[in-house]
Design a protein around this ligand. Structure first.
Ligand code: SAH
Ligand code: SF4
Ligand code: F3S
Length: 458
């Protein structure tokens, strides 16, 4: 098929997204902007005129995925004799920048998270330069005065029950294991009026559940004179008519204050699920991670939250094998897991990241051998699975209000939704129920989901 590069009507973009919800959100913003230049999204790589890989570098594993994906895209470009634009976006792009362009001379564009609002100009410039093998790099961090949070709405929002809204970018913390401050830059809070406007725009498209996004949402607004605090922002979002559920991620335990705890008493829209990454149950490890809270403070915060919202379900992130972690340290993590009984957790082996402060601990010889870290991970994940199953089985026989999201991924005739505690619930039903909140009687609890049947005529 011959393609007319100047034709704007039948262009297709393929976007592969790795990493966290920030990247999912940025991908939505890119799709919305490119749609204005006539780009429709395709899920078939072969059909694409423009391929974007939105990357994550939080650990080594996701970073490596970029390179295998680029292998596929570059093969297609060779088959097309160069008639394909390939872009790398996101955190690996920010981290590696020019090195990526040098390593892959057939890459057209490399740009970091701050450049997402300029994607249309970059793609246009790249198309103009085609044939001259021009490569474009944009990894500048913008000053607070110049940065614009893109107001576009992801075209896919129309079909969704839930929608993301970013409330801040970057991170001013310096957790010693973490690359994010280097890839996302300084923390910047988005004006609350813009946030509320985006929430309204999503609700107008049928979205009922809003997830507020930031790396450290609890510090929202604190550095901007006159801006709302995070707690005040929650009240403002809850006041938007049509917002049935509010979630947020990620919350740093150090910065979560009593005003947010109080919001769990006041706002029925706040879901009874909170992701509160703890990383470790050992004070010595938390200190070396520079998390600035203790195990005791974390447990006290959990107790306060449960006092405010007795049915609150917690999930968390753990890192095992952080440099210097001893058997006693991992025992502390295990007892914390049992004390809190997280319903689920993401747990990772520590992965050394370029330029991060924890590398100094490795230089000092504090590295935990990989097989030891692996054994600790298995131990933690096994105990977590036991707790998850126990907690989900305890729900058998109860009736939960489920907001229906769409078809189940596994069975036909089965639909899937979320309870107020953010549990995945599968039950037989028709797609006409999508967007409705229905009572579901729970029959079985599994590790990661529940199965039930709809209660008719309640
Ligand atoms: N801003 C969030 C975390 C973002 S990164 C917070 O402060 O909680 C998501 C998770 O990835 C982290 O919670 C951590 O558990 C994990 N992670 C980050 N860097 C890592 C590393 N170098 N090795 C292993 N896991 C890491
Ligand atoms: Fe990374 Fe810590 Fe910032 Fe989270 S709060 S993004 S873990 S530096
Ligand atoms: Fe990954 Fe960047 Fe998110 S490193 S976890 S995509 S902020």
């Amino acid at each position: 098929m011959t393609r007319d590069p100047s034709s704007t009507s039948d262009r297709k973009v393929y976007i592969r997204t790795f990493g966290c919800q920030m990247n999912v959100y940025d991908t939505g913003k890119m799709k919305a902007q490119l749609a204005r230049d006539g780009y429709a999204e395709t899920e078939v790589l072969d059909e694409a005129d423009l391929v974007i890989v939105n990357t994550c570098s939080v650990r080594e594993k996701p970073e490596l995925k970029v390179h295998s994906f680029l292998g596929e895209a570059r093969k297609l470009k060779r088959e097309r004799r160069g008639e394909l634009t390939i872009a790398v976006a996101g955190c690996v792009a920010q981290q590696e920048g020019r090195k990526l362009l040098d390593r892959y001379p057939d890459l057209d564009l490399v740009f970091g998270p701050d450049a997402v609002p300029r994607i249309r100009q970059m793609v246009a410039q790249s198309l103009e330069g085609r044939g001259r093998a021009e490569q474009i790099l944009d990894t500048d961090f913008l000053d607070a005065d110049d940065y614009i949070f893109s107001p576009e709405i992801d075209p896919a929002a129309e079909a969704r029950v839930g929608g993301f809204v970013t409330i801040q970018k970057g991170c001013d913390n310096k957790c010693t294991f973490c690359i994010v401050p280097a890839t996302r830059g300084a923390e910047l809070s988005r004006p609350s009026a813009e946030i509320v406007a985006e929430v309204r725009a999503l609700v107008a498209r049928g979205v009922q559940e809003i997830t507020l996004l930031g790396q450290n949402v609890n510090s929202y607004g604190l550095k901007v004179p006159g801006e709302k605090t995070f707690a005040q922002l929650l009240y403002a979002v809850a006041a938007v008519p049509g917002v049935a559920r509010i979630r947020y991620t990620t919350s740093h335990p150090r910065d979560m204050g009593p005003d947010v705890v109080q919001a769990y008493r006041d706002l029925p829209q706040l879901t009874s699920h909170l992701h509160l990454p703890v990383q470790s149950g050992s004070d010595a490890v938390l200190k070396r991670m520079k998390r600035f809270y203790t195990r005791e403070r974390y447990l006290r915060l959990v107790a306060d939250l449960r006092d405010a919202r007795p049915d609150l379900v917690l999930s968390t992130d753990f890192i095992v094998g952080f440099p210097g972690e001893t058997e006693a340290d991992i025992d502390d993590t295990m007892t914390l897991l049992d004390a809190v009984r997280f319903h689920s957790s993401f747990s990772f082996k520590y992965s050394p990241r370029p330029g991060t402060p924890a590398l100094r601990l490795i230089d000092r010889g504090d590295e935990v051998p990989p097989d030891v870290a692996q054994a600790r991970l298995v131990r933690l994940q096994q105990r977590q699975r036991e707790i998850s199953v126990e907690e989900n089985r305890a729900l058998e026989g109860q009736t939960l209000d489920v907001l229906v999201e769409g078809p189940s991924r596994h069975d036909s005739g089965v639909i899937c939704g979320r309870s107020g505690t953010f549990k995945t619930v599968n039950f037989p039903g028709g797609l006409d129920l999508v967007g409705q909140t229905v009572p579901v009687h729970i029959l079985r609890g599994f590790t990661n989901s529940l199965r039930g049947e709809m209660v008719v005529g309640r």
